[in-house]
Ligand binder design. Structure first.
Ligand code: URA
Length: 242
């Protein structure tokens, strides 16, 4: 096919997606104004147990590596152009606990692994504070490719990339997901509520306990809030101990 025709079609499809996103966002805004809240703001007390139809550890590893191969080829958004590596996720696929961050930064892009920079070192301390090691949990991000200059993910990137994360969660099926920062919490809870309001409370994401807390990079800039994260993560530990 003529390449200029191809690129016109691509531009048209992109414009269509963007206008759909606008419509969706207007719809959500309108529903919120009408009092529809997507986030269950009350704490949940149902005890979340591992499902009986869950995959074995080797099946999870196999499914994740199949998914990783697909995600590594992803070219759905512009971020694929400048990436050094797709940062898929790392850790124990059979862990009860999964952390979800925002997007890879410089070091993550270079090494192809999430949370390996300064924020990652702090995340390791947070994990160790509840008696676990980094390798004993699973860590992934909302975006699998680094946004230029570490800018915030935009709506289009989030919409196009989140299905990869959702598939990861479906395979891993942890008992608790800990969302690190605004983007992870707001995306998976489908809310615009501030992280300061969401943190430290249990919500539910598709039947899985979900606890948002501050992002370690935020803590590096605001060390006074570290005690809040330490208290949030203890709630996760206590829940997992039950
Ligand atoms: N910040 C994130 O949200 N994710 C990473 O992988 C690194 C820094």
């Amino acid at each position: 096919m003529d390449s200029s025709l191809n690129s016109t079609r691509l531009q048209e499809t992109e414009a269509e997606i963007l206008s759909l996103l606008d419509v969706l966002s207007d719809k959500v805004d309108l529903e919120r104004k009408l009092g529809v809240d997507y986030v269950q703001l009350a704490p949940i007390d149902t005890h979340n147990e591992r499902k009986t139809d869950e995959l074995s550890k080797s099946e999870k590893t196999k499914e994740l590596s199949k998914l990783e191969k697909q995600v590594k080829k992803c070219t759905k958004c512009e971020l694929c152009k400048d990436r050094t590596n797709v940062v898929f996720g790392v850790g124990d696929p059979y862990s009860d606990l999964m952390f979800v961050g925002e997007a890879p930064g410089y070091y993550e892009d270079v090494q192809g692994e999430p949370f390996v920079g300064r924020a990652g070192q702090l995340l390791a301390k947070i994990i160790e504070s509840i008696g676990l090691k980094r390798e004993e949990v699973y860590i992934a991000n909302i975006l699998k490719c680094r946004p230029p200059e570490n800018r915030n993910p935009n709506a289009r990137e989030i919409v196009l990339c989140t299905p990869h994360l959702i598939k990861q969660i479906e395979i891993i099926r942890p008992m608790v997901i800990c969302a690190l920062g605004t983007f992870a919490a707001q995306t998976l809870l489908d809310t615009k509520e501030a992280i300061g309001k969401l943190r430290g409370k249990f919500f539910e994401y598709q039947g899985t306990k979900f606890l948002p807390t501050y992002h370690p990079a935020y803590l590096l800039r605001n060390p006074n809030d570290k005690k809040k994260v330490w208290s949030d993560i203890k709630k996760v530990r206590d829940y997992l101990k039950k």
